[in-house]
Design a protein around this ligand. Structure first.
Ligand code: GUN
Length: 295
């Protein structure tokens, strides 16, 4: 069994981005600039945005965080989005989710200029991705593809089972792996809560992507010997064995599945660290006009 070390790969990619930013600076080019909007004081959102800001600093990007109270009106937030759309200094931005109930997340996402939508949540980016046009791919599927690439995991002609059909992981990764591309050409089965005989389906897969959000759901009896297992889950559970009193569990029962798998991602340290790197990669692409011609 080989562990897919997301932390190591993420650090490597950060170094590559840092070198590229240094080169851009030397040549007097535009330093990539990511902005984030955060509404309210949700603890997890604060943590995520803090990590994104820190990652920008590490690689030499500029970053801006715009904070608003959770009683901000939807119209006001839409105006802020529009200001960022028009701000030529900002290459890309994200609106951290979830938003308060009185604000339509879909309306906000659709107000973001697709050319600056480095989260890849806008329907235009999702649609472009589906038909194989250059598009911003959202952080988790992009991170999974990068791991598959860097570990030279063959996807062509192989059977993939994706568990979970969320808009930000299950659906996009199933499309990317089935796409005509170097990290695609797989035969993909997208499974979900109504799938019959999931054990039978999963145990035939060469590659399993577990992205349903249920701690330790995937057990060894559902996995073929020699399969590649990518775990997207992160559930925080109480633990008396850690200093913090909490531990993170993936969607995969790691110890028993690791005994059968050829490659497996751990939790933490697998897909998680790759997500921020994907956002950095998208921001770099935005500043270079790689997906859409420069603004
Ligand atoms: N909330 C949790 N993950 C994400 C993410 O990747 N992007 C945004 N905008 N909000 C999130």
């Amino acid at each position: 069994m080989e562990l897919i070390d997301g932390k190591k790969v993420a650090n490597q990619i950060k170094q590559e981005i840092t070198a590229e930013v240094e080169q851009i600076k030397k040549e007097g080019g535009k330093i990539p600039h990511l902005a984030a909007i955060i509404v309210g004081h949700d603890g997890a959102s604060e943590t995520y945005v803090g990590h994104k800001e820190k990652a920008c600093n590490q690689v030499g990007f500029n970053s801006t965080v715009l904070r608003f109270e959770d009683d901000i009106a939807e119209d006001t937030l839409l105006r802020k989005v529009d200001e960022l759309n028009k701000d030529t200094e900002i290459d890309g931005f994200i609106v951290q989710l979830p938003l308060p109930d009185h604000i339509s997340e879909q309306k906000i996402i659709e107000a973001i200029d697709p050319k600056k939508d480095v989260d890849g949540f806008h329907p235009i980016n999702l649609g472009r991705m589906v038909i194989g046009l250059p598009a911003y791919i959202s952080a988790t599927p992009a991170g999974i593809i990068e791991l598959i690439k860097r570990y030279n995991i063959e996807t062509s002609g192989r059977d993939v089972v994706v568990i979970g059909r969320s808009n930000i992981v299950g659906k996009p990764i199933s499309i990317l792996l089935g796409q005509k591309s170097d990290t695609g050409n797989a035969t993909v089965t997208l499974t979900h809560s109504r799938t019959k005989n999931l054990k039978e389906v999963a145990s035939k897969a060469d590659i399993i992507i577990a992205a349903l959000g249920q701690a330790e759901f995937l057990t060894a009896d559902m996995v073929k010997e020699g399969a590649t297992v990518i775990d997207v889950g992160i559930t925080r559970v109480k633990s008396d064995k850690t200093k913090s009193g909490w531990k993170l569990l993936g969607d995969v029962k790691f110890d028993e599945v690791a005994e059968k798998a050829a490659y497996i991602t751990p939790v933490p340290g697998g897909v998680g660290p790759m997500t921020i790197v994907s956002l950095l990669q998208n921001t770099l692409k935005a500043s270079k006009g790689e997906i859409y011609p420069r603004l």
